[in-house]
Design a protein around this ligand. Structure first.
Ligand code: ZN
Ligand code: ZN
Length: 326
């Protein structure tokens, strides 16, 4: 049988298995083959066959997504394993998710160890079209029990998706927009338009935004070139640790330990940057200060770079200079 006698559908299917170089060559054979590679369907096939990716941004072509994936050999931006998670897999867990949201402990037990998970934050372990509600430990154990298993962990209390194979959180700052779009789509299925679900999605977004702020606006050398604010170190650390865990901070910002005493709220000259001890501080930009105090509130006083110009703060200022900020 001559290849030219094959139907377009079959030709598209064959072309979808060709690597990029061969696909380009395929398009030069004749006008009909050329029209086949002009059609976006062949790129959808190629992306799924070669990279296992079956998602994209709505306004982007499969071809553009394919070309982006070509530039991502280590799956740092577009996770192929995420394609194994779809709405059909998640639909049966919508009710359990609502139970977690509403603090109803019923039916939120780990499928492996049987522990009730509603307090510790249950996870869904998704692999090859299967889903189980498991605790985090059992999910890791199950994943590692079979080498080569492709699995994704959904921490349903904080709406985070973690890919074991790509070893990163999906749909967050390191990933591609199309990955983030697909993750959001899945989370919308899980949260199912409920009010508490929408609030959980909002908090997830806030957490991601604050992680970027934390990285860029805290304890960096460039902050010293402008007026800056001092924040008590223990609060700053707990905010950071919660963000790492997928949760927003807990207010209020507490600057009380930076005061000389309960009666005198002047900044204690013996306060020092760094260190996880009470009375330590970090420095942040004005932008972040106003954001944090608006969002979380404040107890204690505001201390800025203007407050540490007196001679009694010489050592404190020197400590900031000696601090190895980058
Ligand atoms: Zn992955
Ligand atoms: Zn368990």
């Amino acid at each position: 049988m001559n290849a030219l006698e094959l139907g377009n559908e079959l030709l598209t299917c064959i072309a979808g298995h060709l690597a990029l170089k061969d696909l380009a060559e395929f398009g030069t054979v004749c006008r009909r083959f050329h029209s086949i590679i002009q059609d976006d369907t062949v790129w959808r096939e190629a992306l799924a066959n070669q990279y296992g990716i079956r998602y994209k941004l709505p306004h982007q072509s499969w071809r553009d997504t394919y070309l982006k994936k070509e530039q991502d050999p280590h799956d740092n931006r577009l996770c192929p394993h995420l394609s194994n998670v779809d709405s059909a897999a998640l639909a049966p867990y919508v009710k359990k998710y609502q139970a977690v949201l509403n603090w109803l402990p019923k039916n939120v037990n780990c499928a492996t160890c049987g522990m009730n998970e509603y307090e510790r934050g249950a996870c869904l372990y998704v692999w090859e079209g299967n889903v189980r509600l498991r605790c985090r430990d059992c999910s890791y154990r199950f994943h590692n029990a079979e080498p080569g298993r492709q699995g994704i962990l959904i921490r349903i209390n904080v709406l985070q998706l973690f890919c074991f194979n790509c070893s990163r959180l999906l749909g967050e700052t390191r990933g591609d927009e199309s990955e983030a779009y697909y993750v959001n789509h899945l989370l919308e299925i899980l949260t199912n338009g409920s009010e508490l679900g929408r609030e959980a999605l909002r908090q997830k977004q806030q957490c991601m935004d604050e992680r970027i702020m934390q990285r860029e606006l805290v304890d960096r050398l460039y902050i010293l070139n402008q007026p800056y604010f001092l924040v008590e170190r223990v609060w700053l650390c707990s905010w950071f640790l919660r963000l790492c865990d997928g949760k927003i901070g807990q207010g209020p910002v507490n600057n009380l330990p930076l005061a000389i005493s309960e009666e005198d709220d002047t900044l204690d000259p013996s306060a020092r940057p760094k260190g996880n001890f009470v009375g330590g501080f970090g420095i942040i930009t004005p932008e972040l200060w106003y954001y944090l105090t608006d969002t979380y509130g404040l107890v204690g006083s505001t201390y800025t770079s203007d407050d540490i110009q007196g001679a009694e703060y010489d050592d404190l200022r020197q400590a900031i200079i000696d601090w190895r900020l980058i």
